[in-house]
Write a protein that binds this ligand. Structure first.
Ligand code: ADP
Ligand code: MG
Length: 238
């Protein structure tokens, strides 16, 4: 077996798709292989993260190679960091060029928690990381609103686009987190589609993370993404 295959087997990483990049052996490779800024390794160490979890090993390199990704790994296996790390690396530096990355979470609590984790990981940088709050929604016109990372539930984001002219046409990076929950509620699904459409930048990299991958989620993932890599840790629906 080739080396990547042996390594993946060791961590129960299952991949499908063409030309899947090698999994990450250590966080240090983020610097040595992918040239990350020093703040990132520093913050990972501060947070006490010594080595990547299986989902992080594979999803991070897939996303760093600008491949779209749908990933399934058990609850508590570190999926948040698996999309935050490559996202911050891809954004490189803070910039005021519109809204650059969007993370959709099924619930407010999860959005709050994800915002906190993102800020912890970005400590020492100038990235503007924003939670879509009620206060923000009070602005009548959000067409000029900008930030590096915007974290929201689908409902609020949908309203901001429709009623407040929020512009997502420059989004480079879109994450659907806890996709099984995002999609299981019919009403949420209706909110997601317009958001995905509003993210019209042709070079966008979309990703979807989930604890389970029922067929309807997989179908939706395939309808949203092109040439995506599928990453599954352990078994598909456990
Ligand atoms: P999931 O989204 O898969 O349910 P989370 O991203 O919420 O999991 O992570 C679960 C916990 O594991 C969090 O407390 C997080 O800080 C921690 N964690 C994430 N990555 C690592 C790592 N590489 N090493 C140690 N702990 C980690
Ligand atoms: Mg999660």
């Amino acid at each position: 077996m080739e080396r990547d295959a042996v390594f993946r087997k060791k961590y129960s990483i299952h991949v499908s798709g063409t030309n899947v990049p090698s999994p990450l052996k250590t966080f240090a490779e983020l610097s040595s292989r992918y040239g990350c800024e020093s703040y990132l390794l520093h913050n990972l160490a501060e947070l006490g993260f010594k080595e990547p979890t299986p989902i992080q090993r594979q999803a991070i390199t897939v996303l760093l190679c600008d491949r779209e990704c749908f990933a399934c790994a058990p609850t508590g296996s570190g999926k948040t960091l698996a999309f935050l790390c490559p996202m911050l690396m891809k954004l490189k530096h803070a910039s005021k060029e519109g809204i650059r990355a969007v993370i959709m979470c099924p619930t407010r609590e999860l959005a709050v928690q994800t915002t906190r984790e993102c800020k912890n990981l970005a400590k020492g940088t100038k990235f503007r990381i924003k939670l879509m709050k009620k206060e923000l929604m009070r602005g009548a016109d959000l067409s000029k609103f900008s930030c590096d990372v915007l974290i929201s539930t689908p409902l609020r984001l949908r309203l901001a686009i429709r009623k407040k002219k929020m512009d997502l046409s420059r989004v480079e990076y879109l994450v659907l987190d806890e996709a099984d929950k995002l999609f299981e509620v019919g009403s949420l699904l209706k909110q997601i589609d317009p958001v995905v459409k509003a993210c019209s930048n042709p070079s966008i990299v979309r990703s979807l993370f989930s604890a389970t991958l029922p067929d309807f989620v997989e179908e939706l993932a395939r309808s949203i993404m092109h040439d995506a890599v599928r990453v599954i840790i352990g078994r598909k629906n456990t």
